[in-house]
Design a protein around this ligand. Structure first.
Ligand code: 16G
Ligand code: ZN
Length: 536
């Protein structure tokens, strides 16, 4: 108790304005970095409890604020299989972080240990990493102090992309078991991806240049490192890495990156690629991906998370059919309310695959995707992955092929099982998946874009007095509170053709978001404005 109390005194918590509480939200704790030192210390205490609760398995802690500006930072906990922290535990994080004094912090820590029947004498292990933000160093020092005070073994992996940390957590906990996820090192991650990529491309070549904008974040140096593991003479992949300046913190996510491309619907101004060149953008911690190109005739065109999802679902669905496994494996696609209606129609009507809608946030999508043998999940913002069940992975390896085509499909599926990060959305791994699919289909981005036409849509951020007044149901597609608001939105939607709109409180900012789509751009804009006025 004394060790914790003394260490906590070195990393004080800053009271928030107007008595507000810190809250473990969709992306952990995320805010201005100068508020986070005490928060990160306390997250360390919870991570040690979590490890002890789960029989000393390794728990991960990632320090990042993803696509947010350089002055922000954030901290989140990763569960043993590389998943997001179990939802029940979010309130324990909130309780610890809001303890008003060091002494009360120790009380809450002890009470949690008692209530959750945690033996604080058994070993605990926590591994952690951070993105390139300058504040990250100080925060991991606070984290390490908490781990020392609780006698927790810890490993500092220093700079990592978020998905790399998720990989390492799973690799650590599965090491030496039949379900080993790969070597427990950053190099192990590169080797696994590179080997699977070569296997998946096999017999084809990645054509043309791929320009990758790394948001001036940690993805830049990590992607460059990864590319050293690719035998270019064998598979191609002429990747040109841009916006990879991690020495000037102020340029992180500035006018570049996946979030910029998605929200501004344009290519980052620095390093504009020549018309026709295949481009993609990662975000600041490399867990989101956007593809786009500048068309000589029609201008900028973007392929977002919905497009990646439908591309992956179509390719994998066809492979499963060719492999003769269509009747054995259940394939499903998981989206959120932000998914463009045209993508949902394409997946259900053209690909004939089921689509489930969940609330925003990776943990919700991931959870539902786990219910399938092959669960494809992506948010429109470019975060997502494809999950393969143990049964699915097993059938790719053990089914006896009856023809060379069937063998080819099974081999490709097995390679995808290793290529696609099974723990969380991973921009580098997803990018390789897209490159593999385009090579197999012999498609350009324009071919990919031709599969369906997006409904015009608009997303607006609305400042509201208190966003906590807004409650939703039906996977965030309807407001249940304030009273009468949903009826007004319904009335507005009725006035437009093929229209849909919803409002929800942001989980990461103090604001509401309004989404609208309709048959024309003008109508989508007008509907978004109307609904924004209702919410205001
Ligand atoms: C977080 C979520 C992301 C979601 C976004 C929504 C994770 C790891 N990240 O960044 O999935 O799209 O929040 O933000 O869950 P919002 O609630 O502010 O709209
Ligand atoms: Zn991110």
């Amino acid at each position: 108790d004394q060790a914790i109390q003394a260490a906590s005194a070195r990393h004080p918590i800053v009271p928030l304005e107007r008595g507000q509480l810190y809250r473990y939200g969709t992306a952990g704790f995320r805010m201005k970095a100068d508020l986070l030192e005490g928060v990160t210390f306390r997250v360390g205490l919870l991570a040690s409890l979590r490890s002890r609760k789960l029989n000393s398995q390794a728990i991960g802690v990632m320090v990042t604020a993803s696509h947010n500006p350089a002055v922000d930072n954030g901290v989140k906990i990763v569960d043993p299989m590389g998943e997001m922290l179990e939802q029940d535990w979010e309130r324990y994080a909130t309780a610890l972080v809001n303890a008003p004094s060091d002494a009360e912090l120790v009380d809450i820590y002890n009470r949690l240990a008692t209530d959750l029947k945690i033996d604080t004498k058994i070993p605990a292990k926590v591994i952690y990493g951070r993105d390139t933000r300058p504040s990250g160093h100080k925060l991991v020092t606070a984290l390490a102090d908490a781990l020392d005070a609780t006698r927790t073994e810890h490993v500092d992996y220093k700079l990592l992309t978020t998905p790399q940390l998720h990989y390492l957590v799973r690799a650590t906990n599965s090491e030496g078991t039949p379900l080993s996820y790969g070597k427990v090192s950053e190099v192990g991650y590169y080797e696994k991806l590179a080997e699977a990529f070569v296997r998946a491309v096999r017999g084809r070549r990645i054509s043309g240049t791929l320009q990758v904008d790394c948001a001036n974040g940690v993805g830049g140096p990590k992607l460059s490192e990864f590319l050293k593991y690719i035998p270019k003479d064998k598979v191609g992949l002429d990747a040109r890495v841009v916006n990879d300046d991690v020495l000037r913190p102020e340029v992180l996510n500035l006018d570049c990156g996946a979030d910029y491309v998605k929200t501004k619907q344009r290519a980052p101004p620095a390093h504009q690629a020549k018309p026709g060149v295949r481009c993609c953008s990662l975000d600041g911690d490399a867990d989101r991906l956007m593809y786009y190109w500048e068309d000589p005739e029609s201008g900028f065109f973007m392929l977002d998370g919905d497009r990646i999802s439908s591309l992956a679902a179509s390719f994998i669905g066809d492979l499963v059919t060719s492999a003769g496994l269509r009747d054995d494996l259940r394939i499903g696609v998981v989206q959120t309310a932000y998914a463009n209606g045209a993508s949902t129609n394409y997946i259900t009507q053209h690909l004939k695959l089921p689509v489930v809608c969940t609330p925003t946030g990776v943990k919700h999508l991931h959870h539902v995707a786990q219910g399938y043998d092959i669960g494809v999940y992506f948010e429109a913002n470019g975060h997502g992955t494809v999950l393969f069940s143990p049964d699915a992975l097993n059938s790719f390896k053990t089914k006896e092929p009856q023809s060379p085509a069937q063998k080819d499909a099974l081999d490709t599926l097995a390679a995808l099982g290793d290529l696609v990060n099974q723990t969380v959305g991973d921009a580098i791994s997803d990018m390789l998946l897209v490159e593999v699919i385009l090579a197999h289909k012999n498609w350009t981005l324009r071919d990919w874009a031709m599969t369906y036409s997006d409904l015009p849509n608009r997303l607006v951020r609305v400042e509201v007095g208190n966003k906590d007044l807004f409650h939703t149901t039906d996977a965030e597609r309807r407001l249940s509170h304030p009273d009468g608001a949903q009826e007004e939105i319904d009335e507005a939607v009725k006035k437009f053709k093929d229209a849909r709109s919803f409002a929800r409180a942001s989980g990461t900012e103090n604001a509401c978001r309004v989404y609208a789509e309709a048959a024309t751009r003008t109508e989508a804009n007008e509907l978004a404005d109307r609904v924004a006025r209702i919410v205001e």
